[in-house]
Design a protein around this ligand. Structure first.
Ligand code: NAD
Ligand code: GLY
Length: 379
C-alpha cells in the first residue's frame, strides 16, 4: 500500500499475513490513526463501519479515528464498552451482538476493533458470529495487542471455566498498529505487553532475544524506533507461523510458551488486577524454563538469563508476589488441566531446549510440574 498524501505517519512497516484470499497486511508506524480512512476505505464492501472500543481508549482515540474515517467518506458509529478483562464474557458479547443488530448492521458492514486485546478478541468474535460473519479491522492500541492478539485471527471470550474457551478463528482484513498510541498506555500495561515481545525471542529467535537484552529498557522507556522495530519483528514472526499453521494443528502452539502456566495463574487470581495477562505469561515462561531445566532439557543458566531480563524491565518472575495462602500446586494443576491444549487427557506444554529453541510436548509428568510449582510457591 502507498501512503496517502496527508499521511502524518513517518516510516511505516508493512508485514503480510499470507493466507491466500484471506491474507492481509499489518501496518506498523507512528501516526497511522490519522490515515485510518485511507487504509480502510479500499477494503470495505460498503462504506459503513462500527467502531468498537473501550471506556479508556474512547476518550483518547475515538474522535481521531472517527475524523479519519469521515475524511474518507466512511459512515461511522461507535460502541464503547467498559474497559477490562471482565468485559470479555458472554454477557458483553450478547449485549454487543444485540446492539449491532439494533443498529441494523448488514453483512457488508465492517467492524473496527479499537483497543487492546480485550476489545480485539471480543469484537473479533462478534464479527465472526454476527450475521454469520462480518469483516473486521484491528486497530490495536496496547503493546500486547500490537505484537500478538490483533494478528492471527484468534477471537473469543472467557468463561467461568477459564480463559478464551469459547471463540472462533476469524481473520481481520487489516491490522493498523499506530505505535504512537503506546505513549498513553499505563507503564504496567506496556511492560506486561513486553512479555509477549520477549516470547518471540524465546520461541525461535535467540538473536532477537539478544537484541531485546540490549534494547528492551529503551523500548519500554518510549523509544519510537525500538518500538517500531520490535512490533514489526514480532508481527513478522507471528505472520510466518500463522501462514504455516492457521488453526494450530502444530507449530502455532509454540506461541503458547508460558501461557498454560500463565492462564492457570490468571484463573487462580480471578482474571483481575492481581496479575495482568502479560505478567502471568512472564511468570509462565520462567516456569516453562524451570521445568525444562528440571527435565535436563535446557541449562539452568538459560533460565537465569530469561529471569534476569524479565526482572530488569519490571516483570514479575515468581509466584511469591501474586500468590496468597489459597494457592497450591494442585489447585494450579486443576486449572492447567482445563487448558484447550489437553489432547486425549494429556496436557500440551511448550518447553525449551534453550533460548530460541521451543518445542511442544504432551509428555510431561504431573509430578514434575507440581515440583516446579511447589518450588515457585516456596512450599
Ligand atoms: P486490555 O485490552 O484490557 O488493555 C489493557 C488496558 O489498557 C485496558 O484498561 C485498556 O482500556 C487500556 N488501554 C488500551 N489501549 C490504551 C492506550 N493506548 N492508552 C491508554 N490505555 C489503553 O488488555 P491487553 O493486554 O491489550 O490484552 C489482553 C487480552 O488479550 C487478554 O484477554 C488475552 O487473553 C488476549 N490475548 C489474545 C490473543 C489472541 O491471539 N487473540 C493473544 C494474546 C492475548
Ligand atoms: N497468542 C497465541 C496465538 O495467537 O496463537
Amino acid at each position: 500500500m502507498t501512503a496517502p498524501r496527508n499521511e502524518t505517519a513517518t516510516d511505516v512497516d508493512s508485514v503480510r499475513v499470507d493466507l491466500g484470499a484471506r491474507g492481509y497486511d499489518i501496518l506498523v508506524g507512528a501516526g497511522l490513526l490519522a490515515a485510518a480512512g485511507h487504509y480502510i476505505r479500499p477494503l470495505l464492501r460498503h462504506p459503513r463501519v462500527v467502531v468498537i472500543t473501550d471506556s479508556n481508549v474512547a476518550p483518547l482515540y475515538l474522535a481521531a479515528v472517527e475524523t479519519a474515517l469521515g475524511e474518507a467518506d466512511i459512515e461511522c458509529t461507535a460502541i464503547t464498552l467498559p474497559a477490562g478483562e471482565q468485559t470479555k464474557d458472554f454477557a458483553h458479547l450478547e449485549a454487543l451482538a444485540e446492539d449491532l443488530l439494533a443498529g441494523k448492521v448488514g453483512r457488508d458492514t465492517t467492524l473496527v476493533a479499537l483497543g487492546g486485546g480485550v476489545i480485539g478478541d471480543l469484537a473479533g468474535f462478534a464479527a465472526a458470529i454476527t450475521m454469520r460473519g462480518m469483516d473486521f479491522v484491528q486497530i490495536p492500541t496496547t503493546l500486547l495487542a500490537q505484537v500478538d492478539s490483533a494478528v492471527g485471527g484468534k477471537t473469543g471470550i472467557n468463561t467461568r471455566h477459564g480463559k478464551n474457551l469459547v471463540g472462533a478463528f476469524h481473520q481481520p482484513r487489516l491490522v493498523l498498529s499506530d505505535i504512537a498510541t503506546l505513549d498513553t498506555l499505563p507503564e504496567r500495561e506496556l511492560v506486561a505487553g513486553y512479555a509477549e515481545v520477549v516470547k518471540y525471542g524465546l520461541i525461535r529467535d535467540a538473536a532477537f532475544f539478544r537484541w531485546l537484552e540490549t534494547n528492551g529498557l529503551r523500548l519500554c522507556g518510549g523509544d519510537t524506533e525500538a518500538r517500531r522495530h520490535a512490533v514489526a519483528a514480532c508481527c513478522a514472526a507471528k505472520a510466518a507461523i500463522v501462514a504455516e499453521d492457521e488453526r494450530e494443528a502444530g507449530r502455532r502452539a509454540l506461541l503458547n510458551l508460558g501461557h498454560t502456566f500463565g492462564h492457570a495463574l490468571e484463573a487462580q487470581s480471578g482474571f483481575g488486577d492481581t496479575l495482568l495477562h502479560g505478567e502471568a505469561v512472564a511468570i509462565g515462561m520462567v516456569l516453562a524454563f524451570e521445568l525444562s531445566a528440571r527435565l535436563g532439557l535446557c541449562r539452568p543458566a538459560d533460565t537465569e538469563r530469561v529471569r534476569r531480563h524479565l526482572s530488569e524491565v519490571g516483570l514479575p518472575v515468581g509466584l511469591r508476589g501474586p500468590a496468597d495462602r489459597s494457592w497450591s500446586a494442585d489447585g494450579l494443576l486443576v486449572h492447567m488441566a482445563r487448558d484447550k491444549k489437553v489432547l486425549g487427557g494429556k496436557l500440551g506444554l511448550v518447553l525449551v531446549r534453550g533460548i530460541g529453541e521451543a518445542f511442544v510436548t504432551h509428555d510431561v509428568d504431573a509430578q514434575d510440574m507440581a515440583a516446579v510449582l511447589d518450588a515457585a510457591l516456596g512450599a
